[in-house]
Design a protein around this ligand. Sequence first.
Ligand code: ATP
Ligand code: MG
Length: 564
Amino acid sequence: MEEKRLAPETEEKETVSRNFIQQEIDKDLAEGVYDHVQTRFPPEPNGYLHIGHAKSILLNYGLAQEYGGKFNLRFDDTNPTKEKTEFVESIIADVRWLGADFEDRLFFASNYFEQMYECAVKLIKKGKAFVCDLSAEEIREYRGDFNNPGKESPYRNRSIEENLILFEGMKDGLYKDGEKVLRAKIDMASPNINMRDPVIYRVAHMEHHNTGTKWCIYPMYDFAHPIEDAIEHITHSICTLEFEDHRPLYDWVVRECEFEQPPRQIEFAKLYLTNVVTGKRYIKKLVEDGIVDGWDDPRLVTIAALRRRGYTPESIKMFVDLVGVSKANSSVDYAMLEYCIREDLKLKKPRMMAVLDPVKLIIDNYPEGQTEELPVPNNTENPDLGERMVPFSRELYIEREDFMEEPPKKYFRLFPGNEVRLFGAYFVTCTGCEKDENGKVTAVHCTYDPETKSGSGFTGRKVKGTIHWVSAAEAVRAECRLYENIVDEEKGKLNEDGTLNLNPNSLTEVENCFVEPALGSAKAFDSFQFMRNGYFCVDCKDSTPEHLVFNRIVSLKSSFKINK
Ligand code: ATP
Ligand code: MG
């Protein structure tokens, strides 16, 4: 049976184009819950950011922009064990690169330890928190589970005065790690386990990268995070789905700590991509095991890796917008990310000639020792990019696969007797080839027709194939790195033992490519289309003027289609 459309086209568009987070914010502003919008990105500095974080950054920044609000970058560095300056610096660089402007609002949650402590004292004074001497193991046992309510701690009814003294003692270092904790006094019978008197402060005699040894008690995430948001006047605290069950606790904390205009938490589904590794733990392991060349190895989808590979902030934004936000977890096809970078680069980048698997093409009737400079359009689809001059001479390099002695049907490139166009130059007719003793082709021979020069208006006859080339004498040697996905979804991302099932062909280093001379001066992060071979970007780590290294960002063709 045919389904009937209920909503007229326009109405449908409006509701579809505003995602559920925007709808919530619209409502909050209309009802006067908030008079401004402020969002934040709160990374833990324990690794490099990846494409999933990019989604969160662009979502939060985009909302702030849309509502004329502000966006903060805040390091959630309340956990003294893992933080590293390297991660702080890389995260700042990545957020900036994505264009999410936090202006002067770069914050560290550890700077709020004093206020968090005061909040805890306030809760104790209100009879809403208590110091508990149960061990971690006992606390777990007492907590109960989904089917069984929890049991109250025997320390739950300590007096306010005793709790204040004990908590101060915790702060002053009178107790060992794990000896005492501060717990919120909520409801041990709550169906939500997060509400069963959660621990909010623990003793940990550890040095903190920012506060040093000033503190030996540290707040737990579920207590610290809402306070951090409230201190910064965040209105909409956007996080991922796994925190949905923690929302009642979030609300409890900001309410009981009596913040005005308290922030509210809204959850969305994490971004997952097929054929890549997004979990911080997995990426870390690949880096530590030396399987990849650091956190920015172009096969990874950290933001640093995507940048090194040649992805642009615009392409990542396009991708995130295409994916949209949702409440349901799902995996996005990696091909969609590739589609976005192709779309972004298509009209922006010059189309250059680079031969990845070179064989010589000798034009026997072209004058020896002569070189012409031929004007070649930089981008046939975008005349604004102008032209460049490319040297042309008697000896060129072409792709080995553009010649076949005995071609199959529908092969329109070089084979004895066939004529093709050399892009931007002349028609040439293949006359044969030279081979070594193993039968490997060492040179292809042809003749050219001077009448057919590109741009001369020649219309005498047509050819079916056009191939790219570089002039042998002027060509610049380069290395090209070709990539495949590091894991293959169809073969299974994980082995039986839980390790990653890695694709052994994820990196192919092609030495001795020849690129046209204009590419000789290419600098780190410059990117180009190499005609017929894909988009390439100068590697920022390994490329030098003496040894150019290009990363293939993406090939030219894709099976991926998007309905615009
Ligand atoms: P990972 O799962 O890779 O270890 P994380 O969630 O531990 O990442 P955080 O530094 O805690 O990393 O995350 C910072 C912010 O980024 C959080 O608000 C988190 O919800 C968000 N975030 C993390 N992963 C994703 C993802 N895959 N998609 C969207 N947002 C994400
Ligand atoms: Mg985390």
